[in-house]
Design a protein around this ligand. Structure first.
Ligand code: AP5
Ligand code: MG
Length: 216
């Protein structure tokens, strides 16, 4: 399956992406994780992206789209993929369509995760990520590591994302409403949208997501 996950910051996209992609045996591709890996490694891409990420703004399309085009050309993506955090505006959605046409394929479904703003604030405030791999996601209350501050998967140090500061989160939510929310309508018009309630426990959300995908 070729899946896009869309939803506001803190909706649980990264958390569910890892679980769903694991169940379906397809790669999960997160543009945020690719940027964070580049920031961590101090690459020129990371240095450029960090300036935007720290302000809660989108990294320019001129950088992001080429990065995704390259990733979607990798052989492991041929049997399907789950995109988390891309596309993030209508221009990216249109570009994704043309990249996939070029590869002789198309999306099967866009899964929208709906959560209210109070829940987003709680999820982001307690989120901790592993320094070694930002797909290892924890929460101080809702998804506790066995040892506080230590990743269960690899023993790495857990940290709080630089862009999870309150004022940056506010900006990211505003950017979501202004730039990303319009892609929900775009995909509804294309008949690709499935929307699920992403409130509730991790397992409940996974069940709803898998049921929505099975309906496609
Ligand atoms: P990105 O990394 O994509 O961040 P985001 O969209 O703001 O989303 P988050 O990663 O904050 O939240 P999530 O939905 O993944 O939630 P999570 O699963 O972690 O992007 C970061 C930046 O990179 C952007 O601001 C931009 O600068 C740049 N960027 C990325 N893509 C781009 C693009 N396409 N174009 C331009 N720029 C781009 O869960 C959150 C917390 O909640 C965790 O602690 C988790 O344990 C917990 N949790 C999850 N589910 C539940 C549940 N059901 N109940 C309780 N707790 C839960
Ligand atoms: Mg994420």
């Amino acid at each position: 399956m070729r899946i896009v996950l869309v939803g506001p910051p803190g909706a649980g996209k990264g958390t569910q992406a890892k679980i769903i992609a694991g169940r379906l045996a397809i790669p999960a591709i997160s543009t945020g994780d690719i940027f964070r890996a580049n920031v961590g490694a101090g690459t020129p891409l990371g240095l450029e992206a960090k300036g935007y990420m720290d302000k809660g703004l989108l990294v320019p399309d001129s950088i992001t789209i080429g990065m995704v085009r390259d990733r979607l050309a990798d052989p492991d993506v041929a049997g399907g993929f789950l995109l988390d955090g891309f596309p993030r505006n209508v221009a990216q959605a249109e570009e994704l369509e043309s990249i996939l046409v070029g590869l002789g394929t198309k999306l099967d479904v866009v899964l929208e995760l709906v959560v209210d703003n109070d829940e987003v604030v709680k999820r982001i405030a307690g989120r901790r990520l592993c320094r070694n791999d930002s797909t290892h996601i924890f929460h101080v209350d809702f998804q506790q590591p066995k040892v506080p501050g230590v990743c269960d998967v690899c023993g790495g140090e857990l940290y709080q994302r630089d862009d999870d500061k309150e004022e940056t989160v506010r900006e990211r939510l505003a950017v979501y409403e202004r730039e990303t929310a319009p892609i929900v309508g775009f995909y509804a018009e294309h008949g690709l949208l499935s929307t699920i309630d992403a409130m509730g426990s991790l397992d409940e959300v996974t069940e709803r997501a898998l049921a929505a995908l099975a309906d496609r």
